[in-house]
Design a protein around this ligand. Sequence first.
Ligand code: NAP
Ligand code: MG
Length: 492
Amino acid sequence: MEPYRMYIDGKFCDAEAGAVTESLNPATEEKIAAFPLATAKDMEAAIRAARRAFDEGPWPRMSLAERGAYLVRIAQEIREAAFDLARVETLDTGKTTKQTTFIDIPVAANAYEYFAGAAGEIKGETLAVPAPAMSYTLREAVGVVGAIIPWNYPFLMAAWKIASSIILGNTVVLKPSREASLSCLELARVFHKVDLPPGVVNIVTGQGVVLGQHLAGSTAVDMITFTGSTDVGRGVMRAAASNLKKLTLELGGKSPNIVLADADLEAAAGGSLCAIFMNQGQMCVAGSRLIVEEKVYDVFLEMIATKTKKLKVGDPQDPATDLGPLISAAQKKIVLDYIAVGRKEGRLVAGGGAPKDLSKGYYVEPTVFADVGNNARIAREEIFGPVLCVLKARDAEEAVRIANDTDFGLAGMVWTRDIAAATTIAQRLRCGTVWVNTYGGFYNEAPFGGYKQSGFGRELGREGLTEMTQVKHVNVDLTPGGKSLVTSWFNV
Ligand code: NAP
Ligand code: MG
């Protein structure tokens, strides 16, 4: 593959110091491409370009329909290049081809198209202030948005953040994860192809500690939309205090997946595997705590263990593969260390290490620990890998108590045939999304985000679009000769 270049002010460029870093294929540990290792000076150039594009450029002054037409073309170009984009995403991240082909790339294309149409819903109101006056609100763009994304869904996270920002007239500086930058640099080619005006989206690659910190701390940036770990999120929040910039944080999770005794157990078992082993468990909304009602605990655990042992770990490009490698050697070590902890805290019923038949690649077996207490480290800390904890609950009441006993609050799942019970539990779970008899239902129309230390702010839906705006109140006094309380306040 030829070296990739960054995208700043509508031009492809190298890092100011000429430095590059390399992307590895996590399945083979081989280098696949070089891309720029930018400096803070490069980040500054990108911020200035985004600032200029917002303050002086045509973008925020275009009609919604004109901006929407760009987004529709972006969606079309992504669909035309979908095969290659999915291939790059799989090579760079180890995500299975099944996943990148059916989820990451097409869902991203849909997001650009959806936001092109949905932004018309974001509008001000006329307010019933005492007459004679007219008051109304305007929903205006925030300005320059810094978008920082993780490595688990790079192309899709970029879409959520970029589409919802630029449709409303904001301009963007995107900082992808150093572990997964290639598909975002491919995306730059799409933007260039559709002649997106210079500076509307800038993409800068390199180290988070350097670039992410600079972006979050810059006083020329109006807002940060961050997705990543809770600890880095805290640091971003501190840096964003420089100019008190607007902030949304989508952080980690330890989501409870409750299975009640009356559930369709076959469906619940399949859904529970999807909830923890999809994307090798590297999902912020992973159902990593499976809480099973006592009456069906043994039988359900048996189903989970049996099915887990049948999952096929291997080459992510093979359509028959269920789990590819993790993103990096470092992530593999983190997960294996947690498995070592888990051996002391729970009863291992499936997996438990790196697959013996794969000598290269950052593979970890899908692993299940039974009889885990909710105070165990593996039940409290986000592992971000294919490790499931199974917990026993006496009844629905105890299941909800365990579910809520966590610092996180991103998502929760409940499996039951009793829809009244499900809706009651949905109300009691302290988290931003609840899935009933399903998992992973993300819709462009529905807001997504966290409670508690899973962050704040929402993406997708009307709420997600509204985040990318600020509200202005305009008050027009219609009193003939002016309102005397104001015009004659001083009797001079
Ligand atoms: P991470 O280490 O927090 O990194 C996220 C992003 O922040 C990356 O682009 C990273 O760049 C950058 N970064 C690193 N240090 C920074 C700093 N000091 N200041 C500013 N930016 C910095 O997270 P990750 O390991 O990529 O992703 C896994 C985490 O993301 C998990 O905790 C997961 O739960 C969370 N996540 C949450 C959601 C959600 O929507 N709630 C979705 C996906 C993932 P580098 O990679 O170059 O260091
Ligand atoms: Mg890579």
